[in-house]
Design a protein around this ligand. Structure first.
Ligand code: HEM
Length: 196
């Protein structure tokens, strides 16, 4: 049983590590902005494909985190009732469903609007002069949501480490504030040196 639990915990940790997709999407869009050209079919199509298909991967990792989390409760010492009896687990689960909801909005509402604007553009056609301006409001909103998701993933990790032992409130608040600062920096800059 111990090894089964260890495998669950390994998959739990690996899946939320891969839930860092919002960070890399922010890097992708900031690199695209750095190209400086308004709209370039291949560059924009490449970026949109990375982000669009990344959503499906993220749903799978979110599902794996949830499944392994529940299985660890069932297989481990805490029991499934800890899901509502342990506030850390309850808040983690609420944050996970918030992440699923935000990703669903991006994938099912925002991305199709971007795709419908891009549908008329091909590699051979000259893009309409207002194309970049029409894409901008959706891309700005998507970037903001990626920033919020990155912050929520970091916050859930801070809580995740406290399932069995609590940090001081001061440390928890400091780490979450660091998460907010890092997510903001990831929105604004290329983070060339990882943390800055
Ligand atoms: C985005 C969502 C989540 C993230 C980022 C996350 C993160 C973490 C982290 C960082 C740990 C500590 C691992 C360690 O001590 O090495 C952990 C442990 C744990 N998580 Fe999650 N978690 C998430 C969602 C959930 C959910 C939804 C559940 C339950 C339904 C859950 C149940 C657990 C349990 C039971 C442990 C303790 C494992 C152990 O130390 O034995 N997690 N999680």
């Amino acid at each position: 049983m111990a090894s089964a639990y260890a495998v669950l915990k390994f998959l739990h940790v690996l899946s939320f590590v891969f839930m860092a997709i919002p960070l890399f999407n922010l890097i992708v869009v900031n690199e695209r902005a750095l190209l400086g050209v308004p709209f370039q079919y291949h560059a924009d199509r490449y970026m949109e494909n990375i982000i669009r298909r990344g959503a499906t991967r993220c749903f799978v990792f979110q599902g794996t985190v949830l499944a392994t989390g529940v299985l660890m409760l069932v297989a481990g010492p805490l029991g499934i009732t800890a899901l509502w009896g342990n506030w850390v687990l309850l808040v983690k689960t609420v944050l996970l469903f918030t992440l699923v909801t935000l990703l669903s909005y991006v994938h099912l509402r925002l991305q199709p609007q971007i795709e419908s604007i891009l549908a008329s553009v091909t590699a051979d056609s000259t893009p309409a002069p207002d194309l970049a301006a029409r894409l901008k409001p959706y891309r700005v909103r998507r970037k903001r949501l990626a920033t919020v998701c990155l912050f929520l993933v970091i916050t859930t990790i801070v809580l995740g480490m406290q399932v069995y032992g609590r940090f001081s409130a001061g440390l928890t608040v400091t780490l979450i504030a660091f998460g907010a600062l890092f997510a903001w920096r990831a929105n604004r800059t290329l983070l060339r040196f990882g943390w800055v």
